[in-house]
Design a protein around this ligand. Structure first.
Ligand code: TXD
Length: 319
């Protein structure tokens, strides 16, 4: 069977890490694309030289030409600018919307059959705009945020209860921003819901609420520490998990920014919801029952995303 082809649009901090992870996992042949000359080529050559040590035979090439993404099975988009201290994700909208237009046109022209995972911020708006510009089917364009946000949430929960991370499963809904909705009642340790663990005296509501807040500001916490950019190891790891779910037809149920048409009372925009990812891309949007608090929090998140879309339409009249 022919090896999968993975195109990474953006060869920066996340793009380079994506390429490294994809190569280590032998997911397929990799094309690193960027507008910066030399960066994709240099990183591709450096990564290729890991092959003899690690034993992977993926070919890794760098390019500044969209023709080289032709026939990609999976495309992961990180092109754009990242946050610096003092910047919100929304501050990136003006610059990154223009980038999504160029990327969307490149994908439309050269790899219209790919499964596209958008990572560029502000995520919920950029994945929507990328889908509009590319013209791909909605189920073949998805945003990476919830896998990262729930991984951050799971890391903090595992630390709080002093348990193995593999026994923690957390649930995050909504936009990738301060309004995201970590859903405590669907978050479990070995199947035990976190509220039950609180009732068992293993933590308190106050401590869990503080963890929810730390998850919401998880990106900003790292930006403040790094000062030169934002997180990239966990974002790349999360994007690769989604790519593997598609390539392996794994039917994984993952929190992703997907196009909702009526589910959760939302219509016509991308927002973080539980989805099944398999060979058909986003194969199903899973609608779970939410308590009133989670419903209200989700609505706040949806309203924030709608404001971003209004801003996008104000910048680009073709949207
Ligand atoms: O969970 C999430 N979705 C977020 C996403 C988690 C962390 C970071 N998030 C966002 O991903 C971040 O706010 C940025 O918008 C993207 C990429 O972050 P990264 O840290 O990889 O940024 P870099 O290192 O600046 O890399 C961006 C690359 C850089 O090499 C530019 O030259 C390139 O994008 N770039 C382009 N490539 C192709 N085409 C165009 N037009 C272009 N413009 C810039």
């Amino acid at each position: 069977m022919a090896r999968a082809k993975i195109a990474l649009i953006g060869a920066g901090n996340i793009g380079g890490t994506l390429a490294h992870l994809a190569a280590l996992k032998n997911l397929g042949d990799i094309v690193l694309f960027d507008v910066a000359e030399g960066i994709p080529q240099g990183k591709a050559l450096d990564l290729s030289q890991c092959g003899p040590v690690e034993g992977f035979d993926s070919t890794i090439t760098g390019s500044n030409d969209y023709h080289d993404i032709a026939g990609a099975d999976v495309i992961i988009v990180t092109a754009g600018v990242a946050r610096k201290p003092g910047m919100s994700r929304d501050d990136l909208l003006g610059i990154n919307l223009k980038v999504m237009k160029a990327v969307g046109e490149g994908i439309k022209a050269h790899a219209p059959d790919a499964f596209v995972i958008c990572i560029t911020n502000p995520l919920d708006a950029m994945v929507w705009a990328l889908r509009e510009f590319s013209g791909l089917p909605h189920h073949m364009v998805v945003g990476m945020a919830g896998v990262l946000d729930s991984s951050r949430f799971s890391h903090f929960i595992a630390d709080e209860f002093k348990v193995a991370v593999k026994d923690v499963n957390t649930f995050v809904l909504g936009g990738h921003g301060d309004t995201m909705v970590p859903v405590v009642q669907y978050s479990t340790v070995a199947g035990i819901p976190v509220p039950d663990l609180i009732a068992m005296g293993r933590s308190t509501k106050e401590r869990i609420d503080a963890i929810v807040q730390r998850t919401r500001s998880g990106g900003g916490e790292i930006v403040a520490l790094l000062k030169t950019g934002s997180a990239y190891y966990a974002p790349a790891t999360s994007g690769i998990a989604m790519a593997e779910a598609y390539l392996d037809d794994a039917k994984r149920l993952l929190p992703c920014a997907a196009y909702v048409e009526g589910q959760y009372g939302v219509d016509g925009l991308y927002v973080g919801v539980p989805v099944i990812i398999g060979a058909g891309g986003v194969e199903e949007i899973v609608e779970v029952k939410l308590d009133d608090e989670a419903k209200a929090n989700l609505q706040v998140s949806v309203d924030a995303v709608k404001e971003l879309l209004v801003a996008c339409k104000g910048i680009d009249e073709t949207l």
